[in-house]
Ligand binder design. Structure first.
Ligand code: KIV
Length: 268
């Protein structure tokens, strides 16, 4: 857990523990996972939060964007992840159009992630339309992680995965949105692809922890997409880092298997 406490005791991170993360404590580590084996590895290593991101669309499912991802796909991947996790907090993204159209439908969709997927909380790509919905979910008992800055579900509106908050006006809007979602009851907030000084200001202003991706070193946690981290992605955003190269390992293993079947070395 927050590796904060891990040194002395093994405690499953809960929503209140994440919300109460100490400002000067060790950073919160968050990573996406979409299936049981990867979730199991991330969990056993001590990742604090496993995010079943709708980036499952661009990664495991091979869609061009996250827009086609459905509630059913998110529930199925969440349930797989939950089966691999013993310690980490599991947070599931609400996919495009599952939230924000109708309040009651949004709440029901969020509830399904907890009820059918077994997730601990939901993440919502936030906008002015998600403030009241966040409050309603929190009132009912559904923990919400907010997400501001670059929100990939707005790809058609943005025209590309551009850095956000690069002028004073848009930086101010991101700050206001972050404050509104904290006031609505979000327990943490993702800050994606924004200048590091803006992320720093938001982090200083909010009580809840900020978790950055492409937002510099001043947030209280970091998150990346697991396929980027392990070297499985075809292409990566400029702010991601490849920490390994499983593509080569997988490719070598499959190549060897094929060769040995053809040569007759396998089966023995
Ligand atoms: O879907 C996702 O993986 C995300 C992270 C990049 C924060 O939202």
């Amino acid at each position: 857990m927050f590796n904060v406490m891990a040194a002395s005791c093994e405690i499953m991170p809960t929503v209140p523990e994440i919300a109460a993360h100490e400002r000067n404590g060790p950073p919160i580590t968050m990573l996406t996972a979409y299936n049981k084996p990867i979730a199991e590895i991330a969990d056993s290593i001590g990742i604090d939060i496993i995010l079943v991101g709708d980036s499952v669309g661009n990664t495991a499912l091979g869609y061009e964007t996250t827009l086609p991802v459905t509630i059913e796909e998110m529930i199925s991947h969440t349930a797989a992840v939950v089966r691999g996790v013993k310690e980490a907090l599991v947070v599931t993204d609400l996919p495009f159009l599952s939230v924000g159209v109708e309040e009651s439908v949004s709440v029901m969709n969020a509830g399904k992630m907890l009820k059918m997927g077994g997730s601990d909380a939901v993440k919502i790509e936030s906008g002015p339309h998600t403030v009241d919905i966040t409050k309603r979910m929190v009132d009912i008992g559904i923990p919400v992680m907010a997400h501001v800055g670059l929100v990939p579900q707005r790809i058609r509106q943005m025209g590309g995965y551009y850095q956000q908050g690069t002028d004073e006006n848009s930086a101010q809007k991101i700050m206001e949105l972050a404050i509104e979602h904290e006031n609505a009851g979000a327990f943490a907030i993702v800050l994606e692809h924004m200048p590091s000084d803006i992320a720093k200001k938001i982090t200083q202003k909010l009580e809840i922890p900020t978790i950055g991706i492409g937002a510099g070193p001043h947030t209280r946690g970091q998150v990346l997409v697991v396929d980027d981290v392990i070297g499985l992605s075809g292409s990566m955003p400029p702010f991601a880092r490849k920490f390994g190269n499983v593509k080569v390992e997988i490719s070598n293993a499959i190549k060897k298997y094929r060769e040995e079947v053809i040569s007759g070395d396998f089966p023995p």
